[in-house]
Design a protein around this ligand. Structure first.
Ligand code: FNR
Length: 348
């Protein structure tokens, strides 16, 4: 409940780097708004929308109604959803109902389980069974743990544990950062370890250093500015494995930002803090309406750039400038090629 309270009070800086990305307008898009498909894939999972309600909650009494409400909104808007870290319920099965509420609200929906990289394969299987999950997220949150007074201090062996989980669990595994960003090197190693997707979790959205600092007597404030913004983080992850699935997240609030994340390589887009705010301030129906509005905005962008599918939007030409371009140049990532590509060959 602290995380929910402080995520709302610390807010989002908006410095996710997506303002550095501009679509190349297409005066001859050859699209019809009625024929745009929002279907996408994460590994072998087929989703009817690229928007995902990202992992947030569970484990405390009040979180059962929150997970139920997120589940209802996910069903009403036709999007996938992740529950928050299930370690509390793996340790104390009485708490399982606070997560399973999401499945009760949305029996046929796509649901992601969630655990940290300290989990064992057996715990991962229990988390998946607990909510009949279609996939499992393993979160990577080193900076959050370091700032958290009661956080972990030993980060050895995470990759090997993720590899064992990916082999054992029987559903696609997503490795996700929680807002400090991904690198090409880490994404490459995660794909080699067998994950189906990497969620780049860039900075610029919910800031877990600020959230944990709000809970500390002596804040470690300089961690508040830590991390790789979402735009650079996606380009990093994409440089590692152009064929693996990517999820873009970190401060995404609008359909336009979701579209930009997709054009930077994301197959799907995770939203946490912005959806939490709508749910808490306006309720479940307002959240479903906000997600539908994001879908509408996404379709408008796709019509304007000439993309009929999410896969085509991933190939839409974009110009990357500002700090994101500086970052890419320094890191040896050729972002200029994104400006010179085209969605379809001329003969299509
Ligand atoms: C989170 N997030 C999160 N992630 C995770 O993998 N397991 C978790 O238990 C939680 N818990 C959690 C609680 C709350 C209140 C929030 C707002 C977020 C992180 C979340 O899934 C996401 O990675 C980050 O919040 C960045 O996305 P946004 O919020 O900028 O859209």
């Amino acid at each position: 409940m602290d995380h929910i309270r402080y995520a709302l009070s610390t807010g989002q800086s908006g410095r996710n780097g997506l303002a550095d990305v501009r679509f190349v307008h297409n005066p001859l898009p050859d699209t019809s708004l009625d024929h745009i498909s929002l279907h996408t894939r994460i590994g072998e999972l087929v989703l009817s929308s690229p928007i995902l309600i990202n992992a947030m909650t569970g484990g405390a009494e009040e979180t059962e109604s929150l997970n139920y409400a997120f589940g209802e909104a996910a069903r009403a808007a036709g999007v996938a959803m992740a529950v928050g870290s299930q370690m509390a319920a793996v340790r104390d099965p009485v708490l399982a109902a606070t997560y399973a509420a999401a499945r009760r609200a949305n029996p046929d929906g796509v649901l992601f389980a969630n655990l940290g990289s300290e989990a064992t394969p057996d715990q991962a299987m229990r988390a998946v069974e607990m909510i009949e999950a279609d996939a499992l997220q393993i979160h990577l949150n080193v900076v959050q743990e370091l700032v958290m007074p009661e956080g972990d201090r030993d980060f050895t062996g995470a990759l090997r544990r993720i590899e064992r989980i990916a082999r054992a669990v029987g559903v696609p595994v997503v490795a996700k950062e929680v807002g400090f960003g991904m690198t090409a090197e880490a994404a490459g190693r995660l794909f080699e370890a067998g994950v189906a997707a990497v969620d780049c979790g860039g900075s610029g959205g919910t800031n877990f250093a600020a959230v944990e600092n709000a809970r500390r007597d002596k804040p470690i404030d300089w961690f508040d500015d830590w991390g790789i913004p979402t735009a650079a983080s996606l380009l990093e992850a994409g440089a590692a494995s152009p064929s693996g699935s990517l999820i873009g997240s970190g401060g995404i609030r609008t359909g336009l930002e979701a579209a930009k994340a997709i054009a930077l390589g994301a197959d799907a887009v995770g939203v946490a803090g912005a959806f939490l705010r709508v749910l808490r301030e306006e309720g479940t129906e307002a959240l479903a309406a906000a997600i539908r509005a994001m879908h509408d905005e996404l379709r408008l962008v796709m019509a304007a750039v000439g993309a009929r599918t999410v896969a085509e939007l991933r190939r839409a030409p974009v110009v990357v400038g500002g700090d994101t371009a500086v970052w890419c140049a320094a890191r040896g990532i050729d972002a200029s090629k994104l400006a010179r590509r085209s969605i379809r060959s001329r003969t299509e």
